[in-house]
Design a protein around this ligand. Structure first.
Ligand code: ZN
Length: 259
């Protein structure tokens, strides 16, 4: 059974109509193609993406040891959070992992609106908090949790953003997701398959038992979802902390995961 497709990006859907009009104008959603690179580490951010159906993988280059995926952005979030901190350079590579539509906003347009609109800042700052919390959780997960439980977690995260119980992920990409060699992916995927939680054939993945997979996943999956629900459904009375401290904190977390 597939999950229902979202009507819109959740962050944009929560904004007042006038703010949304100023951000999007008359533009239509763009199509994100599979494997399209939307941003490179160290390069200037030109556009911000708010996915509707598609989803984006955030990848940090672990120098000398390939790459590691440290986050996923789908209709619950946005690509381009450094702009909220006044920084217009991406710390990560962003690659489309699930094709689909997204709203695309010029970086300059978002920055102008952020400067003039305290409501938008408060709203996107809450997402920034959730994003940082997810990075921290990813650091803990990579260091302490077993590959099989981590694979279950990432498959559930992918499912939530793909809005489907069936999707395609190559062995190579699963290895990148988990920061392990392909042989480690094979044994973890086989274990989940033996438990009849998933079916995996040449990269085509079907989640057969989502509840069972939730039980097999490490606690990080539930923790991420709880933080998102708690923070994004709550009106914050604070305007966020110092942008420079938050930027530094995010960079340190990314480095500690890839270390
Ligand atoms: Zn974990």
């Amino acid at each position: 059974m597939n999950v229902r497709l979202p009507a819109d990006n959740l962050l944009l859907a929560a904004l007042p109509a006038a703010t949304r009009r100023r951000l999007l104008g008359d533009s239509a959603p763009v199509n994100m193609a599979l494997s399209e690179i939307l941003g490179e580490a160290g390069q200037r951010i030109r556009h911000v993406y708010f996915p509707i159906e598609g989803f984006i993988s955030l990848i940090t280059p672990a120098r000398g040891r390939g790459q590691l995926e440290i986050g996923l952005v789908g209709s619950e979030g946005m690509l381009g959070v450094p702009l909220m901190l006044g920084v217009n350079v991406s710390p990560l590579r962003a690659m489309v992992q699930g094709a689909g539509r997204a709203w695309r906003v010029d970086a300059a347009t978002l920055q102008q609106e952020l400067a003039a609109n305290a409501g938008l800042r408060a709203s996107l700052n809450r997402y920034l908090y959730v994003f940082l919390a997810q990075l921290m959780q990813a650091a803990t997960c990579t260091r302490f949790h077993l590959i099989e439980a981590r694979l279950a977690r990432w498959l559930l995260m992918t499912r939530d953003r793909a809005h489907s119980n069936q999707f395609h992920l190559t062995h190579e990409f699963l290895a990148l997701m988990l920061g392990v060699r392909r042989v480690g992916v094979t044994s973890a995927a086989s274990a989940l398959q033996r438990r009849q939680l998933i079916r995996y054939r040449r990269g085509d993945i079907s989640l057969l038992d989502v509840r069972g997979l939730e039980r097999a996943a490490c606690a990080c999956y539930a923790i991420d979802n709880q933080i998102y629900a708690r923070i994004m459904n709550r009106k914050s009375r604070q305007q966020g902390s110092s942008a420079s401290v938050a930027t530094l904190l995010a960079a340190q977390i990314v480095n500690s995961i890839a270390c």
